[in-house]
Design a protein around this ligand. Structure first.
Ligand code: SAM
Ligand code: SF4
Length: 470
């Protein structure tokens, strides 16, 4: 049955996404689950009847941001109720999974807390809220009136989700793997997302075909530890990510294929080789190393050292000479000395990254790192972060500048900031701004790159025959 408002308008949902691409994918899938109930997407909370905060628990301030946002939503809800209407507030994702009932205790305005493995049950949870509301004076809603589902259900949510609709400007995410068994000592993912789970090959291929038929030119395969993929193949054998990538690469109409996030330990020979022989696989890989110090890598339980990382990078570049790399770094992990940090800086210089994300270590309750006694002072973390970011910013600019003067295919996605300008992505995920028509959105067009900057490039669309250097 479709939900409609008393004024006959369709109900609207606003989903705010925090954190990584996995959450962007999950938010799209929540919209897919709610669509059959009649929910259209709202531009913001003010226009919405249901607000979902799809949360991230990776760093400390992430959950604090959620609580501040809930405070603001509570005020909107109170105003609504004064007007005789309501606002349903749901918290989903990793904060929901980790904190569960505590969220409703801290913020009683929350109606639904749904974990990352249970959001296919949103319709049922909304029905429960409606039933509870029918028995409760909405003006006097009591703490604990919210409904909670943070189970890791035996059935996979993927078997209960409708067909995906989330294609943005020719590009779509496809979740193939969830959870993680690596237990890095700083990370909450194994606790919030659960043990590693790979979707069966047939389900992944069916979703890939569907997305491509619906207009996706580019697919990004997602997983917390995506290259640990080990899905059941149609014949009962176990498929690796390399085998899956090769099969997806054969689907007609797919121009670009990416996968993230990978663990260095799971970069096997076949996957490295695939970078050389699957043309759709883009020459850009996010391969987090976290630290360049063997001592810290061990304390982090990363299961690889700097040499293994450097060898993998070399082999990847041998397989695909134009491969660019990005990474995540954590500075100030407990016990990190100046010498350890120098090792990280030297590794960055040695590899040369096209981009990188760097974070100050933040203690996550329940993880082994949080219990370590030799925590690094905050001012030291701040100084190291600034030094590291300055180095990777220089490398990113150098990388962008190195592409100036070349002609590359660009997948156009959206309008630029200036009038008449449009923006698209190169194979290396750089943003390129050109003068062009929005009709080019969702198309791949050759662009001559003119100038490289800190975070983007300028270019011009190539008209007429293109001469490609031999
Ligand atoms: N699975 C990926 C990997 O193995 O690198 C990344 C998962 S995590 C969602 C994304 C990034 O958040 C990590 O690579 C790490 O750099 C950062 N991160 C995770 N826990 C953190 C913590 N406690 N403090 C600071 N950064 C953290
Ligand atoms: Fe977290 Fe990634 Fe380590 Fe898994 S491999 S525990 S997701 S950082």
């Amino acid at each position: 049955m479709k939900d409609v408002r008393t004024d006959g308008q369709p109900k609207r949902v606003f989903i705010r996404t925090y954190g990584c691409q996995m959450n962007v994918y999950d938010s799209d899938r929540m919209a897919d689950v709610l669509r059959p109930l009649g929910y259209a997407l709202a531009e913001g909370p003010e226009q919405a009847d249901l607000v979902v905060l799809n949360t991230c628990h990776i760093r400390e301030h992430a959950s604090e941001k959620v609580y501040s946002e809930l405070g603001r939503l509570r005020a909107v809800k109170t105003e609504r109720r004064a007007e005789g209407r309501d606002l349903t507030i749901a918290v989903a994702g990793c904060v929901a999974q980790a904190e569960g009932e505590e969220i409703i205790r801290r913020q009683p305005a929350v109606d639904i807390v749904v974990g990352s493995q249970a959001y296919h049950r949103l319709p049922e949870l909304l029905a429960q809220v409606a039933r509870k509301a029918a028995g409760v004076d909405p003006g006097k809603r009591q703490p604990g009136a919210g409904v909670l589902d943070t189970e890791f259900p035996a059935e996979s949510k993927f078997d209960h989700l409708p067909s995906p609709q989330g294609i943005r400007a020719g590009s779509a995410f496809l979740s193939i793997q969830e959870g993680c068994d690596k237990f890095c000592t700083f990370c909450v993912v194994p606790y919030t997302r659960g043990m590693e789970y790979s979707r069966p090959v047939a389900a992944v291929l069916a979703e890939a075909r569907q997305l491509i038929e619906a207009g996706a030119l580019e697919l990004t395969l997602l997983g917390q530890n995506v290259n640990a993929y080990h899905g059941e193949g149609p014949d009962g054998s176990t498929w690796s990510l390399a085998r899956l990538v090769r099969a997806i690469g054969e689907i007609d109409g797919l121009a670009r294929l990416r996968y993230m996030t990978s663990h260095p330990r799971d970069m096997d020979d076949d996957l490295i080789a695939a970078h050389g022989d699957v043309p759709q696989l883009m020459p850009y890989l996010h391969l987090p190393v976290q630290s360049g110090s063997n001592r810290i890598l061990e304390a982090m339980n990363r299961r690889h050292d700097r040499d293994l990382y450097l060898r993998i990078v070399e082999r990847l570049r041998n397989a695909r000479s134009d491969l660019a790399l990005s990474s995540d770094f954590i500075v100030g992990f407990p016990g990190e000395s100046d010498a350890d940090f120098d090792d990280t800086m030297r590794l960055i210089e040695q590899v040369g990254f096209a981009s990188a994300y760097a974070f100050r270590y933040s203690r996550r309750p329940g993880t082994p790192g949080a219990a370590l006694v030799d925590q690094v002072p905050e001012n030291v973390k701040v100084a190291r972060l600034a030094a590291l970011q300055a180095l990777v910013a220089k490398q990113a600019r150098d990388f962008n500048e190195s592409k100036a003067g070349t002609i590359v295919p660009v997948l156009f996605a959206e309008s630029g900031r200036k009038p008449g300008q449009i923006m698209g992505k190169t194979p290396w995920l750089q943003s390129v701004y050109v003068q062009g028509n929005p009709r080019l959105f969702s198309h791949i067009v050759d662009v001559r790159l003119i100038e490289g900057y800190a975070n983007s490039l300028s270019g011009e669309i190539v008209v007429g025959p293109v001469e490609v250097a031999a």
